[in-house]
Design a protein around this ligand. Structure first.
Ligand SMILES: *Cc1c(COP(=O)(O)O)cnc(C)c1O
Length: 392
């Protein structure tokens, strides 16, 4: 008897996942709740105006959302000074990255990216049967832009992925360096600029909004706007790119309550400014905490900070020690950052709880000991980029 088979590209994929959810890690650790500092979710929640708008909208969940997201797109176009034709809304950046890959990478085509950067991009590249060529971070957590551009030429890459500010390092590339990177890439290579953390950076520091037909920019309501569970993101780009997405995007993929919440959140500028200021204070606290314990951190322009634990083994053990204390963090998966843990900025109270748990966990890690049995499966980010299997 013959049975239905998936396509060759999909059959060849490992059964790995880009993330193991905190819900699953809580179960593994035997906890009912975790201090969630591992997924860069906002500790400050959605703006009150967005909560109210969503609460009022829930009763109409029987309706589909507007497939054009017209109200939200009009507000976003006004905010960014672009046209409606230059803007597509999707169910988060993760959804939009899938469209980018599906639309611009054929089977076997190459995209370049930094080894160990945000893993969902690699997940889509492999999932659509394309190939990923990687260049590691510099040891200071910055992206090797020149090497990436060179690799793009060597491999005939059709797309290049840059998260800016970057996840998991937190580092930032100045706008002039982004422009130089674009200029250094092959002309027919699409620059996928993932700006999930753009709201934490001053607009003047970001590339200008003129549309280069060789660049697509991805933004989200999941981070500063505190709406990760609502699943709303958007793409900014030339009319041709947005029209291409329009041929294949899921028409009703963005839920109606999410559209309404995002629109209300966009208008609560004061709340977002306060969140960004509090996140900056929280980053300073994490840097100071690490310094007081003799540990190095990476500079960050995001809502998280990477702390150097010394080695891959020690960082994995630290993730496990924190989970034992019901604290959820993640760690970069690939060298040279695999000896770091990545900690999301919490509220002042959560930061204090983290400080206590982290200090205790550090004391529990004796130098030179082996920690193999304490490794948390799937706490690592970016395994896909290495071609590993994330879950054992
Ligand atoms: C959080 C994050 C995303 C996911 O964004 P969604 O809009 O929630 O899908 C994408 N890219 C980076 C770099 C992120 O950190």
């Amino acid at each position: 008897m013959t049975s239905p088979q998936p396509t060759a590209a999909i059959a060849a994929l490992p059964e790995s996942r880009p993330f193991i959810a905190p819900e699953e890690l809580a179960k593994l650790g035997g906890h009912t709740a975790l201090l969630r500092l591992g997924a860069n979710e906002s500790a400050f929640g959605p703006p009150p105006a967005a909560l109210a708008a969503m609460q009022a909208a829930v009763a109409r969940t029987s309706w589909y959302g507007d497939p054009e997201s017209m109200d939200l797109r009009e507000a976003l176009a006004a905010r960014h000074g672009c046209t409606l034709e230059g803007l597509a809304v999707g169910a988060g950046i993760d959804d939009l990255m899938g469209l980018v890959v599906r639309a611009y990478l054929d089977l076997g085509d190459v995209s370049v990216a930094t080894l160990g950067t945000y893993p969902t991009y690699a997940y889509h590249v492999l999932g659509y049967g394309a190939r990923l060529e990687t260049v590691p971070y510099h040891s200071d957590g910055t992206v090797q832009l020149e090497a990436l551009a060179r690799r793009a030429h060597e491999t005939g890459a059709r797309a290049a992925y840059l998260a800016n500010p970057d996840n998991p390092s937190g580092t930032f590339v100045e706008r002039s360096a982004v422009a130089a990177f674009r200029a250094a890439l092959p002309d027919d290579c699409l620059l996928v600029l993932d700006e999930a953390y753009a709201d934490f950076v001053a607009t003047a520091e970001l590339p200008a909004m003129e549309t280069d037909p060789r660049v697509v920019r991805l933004r989200t309501f999941s981070k500063a706007y505190g709406l990760a569970g609502a699943r709303v993101g958007y793409a900014l780009g030339a009319r041709e790119i947005i029209a291409t997405f329009g041929k294949i995007r899921l028409q009703f993929g963005v839920n109606r309550t999410g559209q309404i919440g995002a629109l209300a959140a966009l208008h609560d500028e004061r709340f977002i400014r306060d969140v960004v200021a509090e996140v900056a204070r929280g980053r300073d606290e994490y840097h100071a905490l690490a310094a007081s314990l003799g540990l190095r951190t990476l500079p960050s322009r995001t809502n998280f900070v990477c702390i150097d634990i010394g080695s891959r083994e020690r960082a994995e053990a630290m993730v496990a020690e924190l989970l034992r204390r019901a604290v959820f963090v993640r760690k970069p998966g690939a060298p040279p950052l695999d000896g770091f843990i990545r900690v999301t900025v919490g509220t002042a109270e959560e930061r204090a709880r983290f400080g206590a748990a982290f200090t205790a966990a550090l004391h529990a890690l004796s130098p030179g000991a082996t920690f193999g049995n304490r490794t948390v499966p799937g706490a690592t980010l970016g395994n896909r980029t290495e071609g590993d299997v994330a879950v054992s």
